[in-house]
Design a protein around this ligand. Structure first.
Ligand code: 1BN
Ligand code: ZN
Length: 392
């Protein structure tokens, strides 16, 4: 017999001797125990493997289906009379007009110096706040009837890592409209289209600054994002390709940006609870209707805020409790920056007056045609809406 064979035989014999010396029932119990230990170790290994193969930072990340569920079940924090009064009082009409709006009232055609000036103004206003916005200049080049143009969307997010976002948006570009042939200084400044909406959003950020700072510190599940689109206007005739340059670019970009970072399941677009788009605001007596059934309950919050502020005497030049936000008529949908988002399933509130102001796309869309009390009232209503949505 070889040495190896002898060794095997010896070991086998020893083993046999050891076992033979024990109680056979005890041997069975030891084997069962060993089997149970093995099963336990295998289960632990499988759990560990599943954990490691899951999304980065673990299985606590939201699933798209959960995001939709959370969005649909989202409850606003309905404010008391005293809270509404305090919030409305934080809106400063003078700051809105003098600080935010005035510098925007210049020509702002994409790719021009005017555009660069007003973008710096928007960014510097947001930088001056204490909430700590994360700012981004989203540049891209697109082919237009006037050749290749560089566009820049401006994005401001309070907490980029929050699972969900409320988006407030407007467009910062102005349409190319020839100056008055009799007075070359009379150029198109698009006061309602859309300098005033941009100023309203800046004033909301200023008025709610303290509360937004606290919201960020709480690491709330829903955060606020501000979007100032470039290139909403057509360079020539409005077509699918000559219009909405910035919103088409951003909706596409957000749809292919994983969110949270590294996720393979959900995108930044799916993180959008609601897109609130402001356009053509500033003229007196705007009639703003609800365009979408799936956001009707949010439109109702605007109606409720308008009624409440009216009853409290916190709106000026406001004849009846339901003057602006109306459910009693409808003139049809309007093309605008919400379309690329709507087409991808994002819930939208489109806050645009219908009919349009009479001076729409004319050189008369100027500061003098704007109605300061209306702009201030709309900002107060929106302040309540945003504060209730985010539970500020
Ligand atoms: C809104 C403000 N729009 C342009 N400036 C969009 C629009 C374009 C709406 C053409 C209707 C017709
Ligand atoms: Zn326009």
């Amino acid at each position: 017999m070889s040495r190896a064979g002898r060794r095997f035989k010896a070991l086998h014999a020893n083993n046999g001797q050891a076992l033979a010396g024990c109680d056979p029932r005890r041997g069975r119990r030891v084997r069962v125990l060993l089997l149970l230990c093995l099963c336990g170790a295998l289960s632990l290994a499988m759990i560990l493997a599943l954990y490691l193969s899951a999304e980065p930072s673990g299985s606590l990340l939201p699933h798209p289906a959960d995001l939709i569920k959370d969005r649909l079940s989202h409850k606003p924090n309905k404010y008391s009379v005293a809270q509404a009064k305090k919030l409305a009082g934080q809106v400063d009409g003078h700051r809105l007009w003098e600080t935010h709006l005035r510098p925007l009232l210049i020509e702002r055609v994409p790719g021009t110096t005017g555009s660069q000036i007003i973008r710096q103004h928007i960014l510097s206003q947001l930088r001056s706040l204490s909430a700590g916005w994360t700012l981004e200049e989203n540049d891209f080049v697109s082919s237009t009837p006037k050749g290749d143009v560089t566009f820049t969307n401006l994005l401001a997010v309070l907490d980029p890592s929050a699972p969900r976002r409320l988006l407030l948006a407007c467009h910062h570009d102005s349409k190319i409209i020839p100056a008055d042939p009799k007075n070359s200084k009379r150029v198109f400044v698009g006061a309602s289209d859309s300098a005033v909406p941009c100023a309203i959003i800046l004033e909301l950020a200023s008025a709610l600054d303290k509360q937004l700072k606290a919201l960020k510190q709480q690491r709330s599940a829903v955060t606020l994002q501000l979007v100032f689109f470039d290139g909403e206007e057509a360079f020539e005739e409005w077509t699918d390709t000559d219009s909405l340059y910035g919103s088409r670019h951003l909706a596409e970009l957000m749809s292919r940006t994983p969110h949270p970072a590294g996720s393979t399941k959900s995108s930044l677009l799916q993180a959008v609870d609601l897109l609130v788009l402001l356009d053509l605001l500033g003229a007196p007596e705007p009639l703003i209707v609800n365009h979408f059934d799936n956001t009707a309950r949010w439109f109702d919050r605007l109606i409720a805020a308008e009624k409440r502020l009216h009853k409290q005497g916190l709106l000026t030049s406001h004849p009846s409790e339901q003057s602006y936000f109306r459910k009693d008529f409808y003139l049809g949908p309007v093309q605008d920056d919400h379309i690329p988002f709507l087409n991808r399933g994002v819930p939208v509130l489109h806050l645009i007056p219908t009919p349009f102001p009479v001076f729409w796309h004319t050189l008369d869309d100027v500061e003098e045609r704007m109605h300061r009390p209306t702009v201030e009232n709309l900002t107060r209503i929106l302040a309540i809406f945003v504060a209730e949505y985010l539970s500020l």
